[in-house]
Design a protein around this ligand. Sequence first.
Ligand SMILES: [Zn+2]
Length: 167
Amino acid sequence: MTAPDALLVAVAALVTALVTAWVTLPLWRGPEPLSPPDPAALELLARRQALLAMLRDLDAERALGRLDATEHGLLREEVVAHGAAVLQAIDRLAEAARSASALRLARVEADVHAAGGTGITQAPSCAACGRVVEGGALFCGWCGRPLESGVAAAGDPAHASDRGHDG
Ligand SMILES: [Zn+2]
């Protein structure tokens, strides 16, 4: 087997593997589709790569003597400042992604709670802060707000009319 043949076989195998992966990808996925890559995140990562390349170029130019120390320092400072801004933007995106997934998780938990809670007495929750409170409590134990009628006690002593015997 000559070298080009071996290369051809390797490429064919790689293409086959990729096509197989692509075709069967929907089967691996759960009910919730994977989120596509965020174009903003991709652009930021590309910018970060570009800035790192610029830093390398600047250092190379300086090493070759095409930039003097002052120019090199100024340009490097500028690139590093851009890089810091890009890194901050990446952090913000990551933070947003984290809170989005936390929100999704909270929704799933709420759905599970709702699905499992049919027919069973649901734990009462505070309308103000949303946390579970004791049944019959007049005030939320978490935020201290007065609780609405939904949390009214089962044994509410509203009718105390059976006092006093006749005669
Ligand atoms: Zn509360």
